[in-house]
Design a protein around this ligand. Structure first.
Ligand code: NDP
Ligand code: AKG
Length: 526
């Protein structure tokens, strides 16, 4: 499939006139063809007008038609074939196996949301039938269902050019809810974005949906993203990226005459608690496994293990020795963009320059542009508690070990942490009592608590939570991965005493859609 450098606005392709840009292969520093034309206010206006025009039609599509649309998007992405993988490799520096896996995740995610749409329980239909004979007052007939919020602006993430980008989790869950989507493509992988965008555009057409269900915009600078979030026809935002970017978009959204929800996934350092018995029994294995998780994908995951906590002593020393040996032999890896590489180097230099921090190990030297050497640092619990800057995320393969005098100090550090996507426990049976004491704190801090695994690699399933209190996300009630992600783009509407033939099908007597419904408090298929 040819990449033209155009934006996709509804059914048409359009070359932007607001400054051209090209993707850069981070492994070579070479600019890639073609030139992409950046969009501006006119393109935002057109995409949002089409999305708004499509909304009422799209939100009332039958469940089967919407599910088939998601499945068609998935198939169209697969049908692009190897061109998608080779372009994503060139634009991201990520290896083939990783991108093939990510394509599988993207397609699987779309198909999972198709199943969710068909099953229909996300509509959460509730019916409280009228009680005309109730005293002292009769009860009206009251029915509730969930409807989509409206057109959603999705910001593609740099670090997952497929699974968190144009047809990633935000787009899949918004489509599943019945929301048209306007994507602001990430400037790091515009060719990959165009290929996937064309797959969605073709699915919209072949499934007979209104053209405004999907548009893909590009633009350099923050202007186009700001204009998109400010547009009154956009009703929610999905974002994965930097804390600064997420906060800026939240600010734009909150200043609108009609503020809207921004679901931003931003910053997390994902504490790992090395419990004493686990360290005693397997310090060396834990040290090696930690480095494998830290350095995977050049550490460019928001779930990367950015801090570790352990109790001072010979077992922690054994862990450190194993981690230092593994990390010292780790090869430098290409990062996604020159900007992300520069931010990593600056973050590492800041930690290395802190009087409270000691450098334990660096990975092997770099041999090409935009490569990063892994970094492992240590500090004390007191120093960490005294300096809030030590909590700042360094996006990449850098981690800080906090040496604690005892388990109580580990809990004290946990209490001071900002909100996190994950908290990991390395524990043996003898650690259970101490862990039980930590769990209430971790539940308040993190979206996902895991034992004896590593936080990278998020399963896309029904029970997953990829979220957490600020700054992990802007809304701790939500997840951006897993089927619960659909909730972000829905709201309840109540119908009181409406004539039966004006009720939506989901709420009609006789349950014509065969949905799970809560009727007079009881869940069933009545
Ligand atoms: N925690 C995580 O999951 C991730 C964190 N990061 C962090 O983000 C840093 C930069 O990476 P990047 O992926 O480019 O993330 P950014 O947050 O810088 O950008 C992500 C997207 O948001 C847009 N954006 C950012 N700021 C604004 C703004 N003020 N107004 C309007 N739009 C905005 C960008 O558009 P434009 O390009 O036009 O600015 C881009 O499309 C990394 O070094 C890393 O620290 C990155 C990826 C994931
Ligand atoms: O590890 C994953 O699968 C998801 C991580 C993520 O959301 C991110 O790095 O932005």
């Amino acid at each position: 499939m040819t990449i033209t450098g155009e934006m996709l606005i509804g059914a048409s392709a359009h070359r932007g006139g607001q400054g051209g840009f090209r993707a850069v292969d981070p492994a070579t520093g070479e600019a890639l063809d073609p030139v992409f034309g950046g969009g501006g206010a006119a393109e935002v206006e057109r995409a949002c007008a089409l999305a708004w025009a499509a909304f009422d039609g799209f939100r009332e599509t039958g469940l089967e038609q919407r599910a088939a649309f998601l499945e068609t998007v998935a198939q169209n992405i697969l049908d692009i074939g190897d061109d998608l993988i080779t372009r994503a490799m060139a634009e991201s520096g990520l290896p083939r196996a990783r991108l093939e896996g990510e394509r599988g995740r993207t397609v699987g995610q779309l198909r999972l949301f198709a199943q969710v749409v068909r099953e229909g329980s996300w509509i959460e239909a509730r019916i409280d039938p009228a009680l005309p004979a109730r005293t002292p007052l009769p009860r009206s007939d009251i029915r509730q269902r969930h409807i989509p919020l409206g057109p959603v602006a999705v910001f593609g993430a740099s670090n997952f050019p497929l699974a968190f980008s144009v047809a990633g989790g935000d787009t899949a869950s918004a489509f599943a809810a019945g929301c048209p989507v306007v994507v602001k493509g990430h400037g790091a992988h515009p060719g990959t974005s165009e290929l996937v965008g064309r797959a969605i555009q073709a699915a919209v057409a072949s499934c007979g949906l209104p053209e405004g269900v999907f548009s893909l915009l590009f633009g350099t600078g923050n202007e186009i993203g700001t204009a998109l979030v400010a547009d009154p026809r956009i009703k929610a935002v999905g974002f994965t990226g930097s804390r600064r970017g997420g906060l800026a978009l939240m600010e734009v959204a909150s200043r609108r005459p009609e503020p809207i929800p921004v679901y931003a996934e931003m910053s997390s350092i994902n504490p790992v608690f090395l419990m004493p018995a686990a360290l005693a029994s397997r310090a060396e294995a834990l040290g090696k496994a930690f480095v494998a998780s830290l350095t995977m994908g050049a550490g460019q995951f928001c779930t990367n293990p950015g801090i570790l906590l352990g109790v001072e002593g010979p077992d922690l020393d054994r862990f450190v020795d194993a981690a230092v040996a593994a990390l010292g032999g780790s090869t430098a890896s290409t990062m996604l963009t020159p900007g992300i590489h520069a931010a990593y180097d600056a973050g590492v230099a800041k930690l290395a320059g802190s009087g409270a921090v000691t450098t334990l190990a660096r990975g092997l030297a770099c041999s090409g542009p935009n490569q990063a050497q892994a970094a492992f640092f240590t500090t004390t619990a007191d120093a960490f508690l005294a300096d809030t800057e030590l909590q700042e995320e360094v996006f990449g393969a850098a981690s800080l070990l906090i040496r604690c005098p005892d388990v109580a100090a580990m809990t004290a550090v946990a209490e001071k942490l900002e909100g996190q996507l994950t908290a990991t426990l390395q524990m043996d049976a003898a650690d259970k009592a101490a862990v039980a004491g930590l769990i209430p704190t971790l539940e308040r801090k993190a979206g996902r608590i895991l034992a004896n695994g590593w936080p990278t690699g998020v399963e896309v399933c029904h029970a997953m939570v990829h979220g957490g209190p600020f700054p992990a996300t802007s809304d701790p009630r939500s997840t951006s991965v897993g089927t619960l992600a659909i909730r972000r783009f829905l709201r309840p509407v109540c119908y009181q005493d409406l004539p039966p033939d004006l009720l939506p099908e989901a709420l009609r007597d006789g349950n014509p859609l065969g949905l799970w419904r809560r009727v007079d408090g009881t869940l069933g298929k009545d």
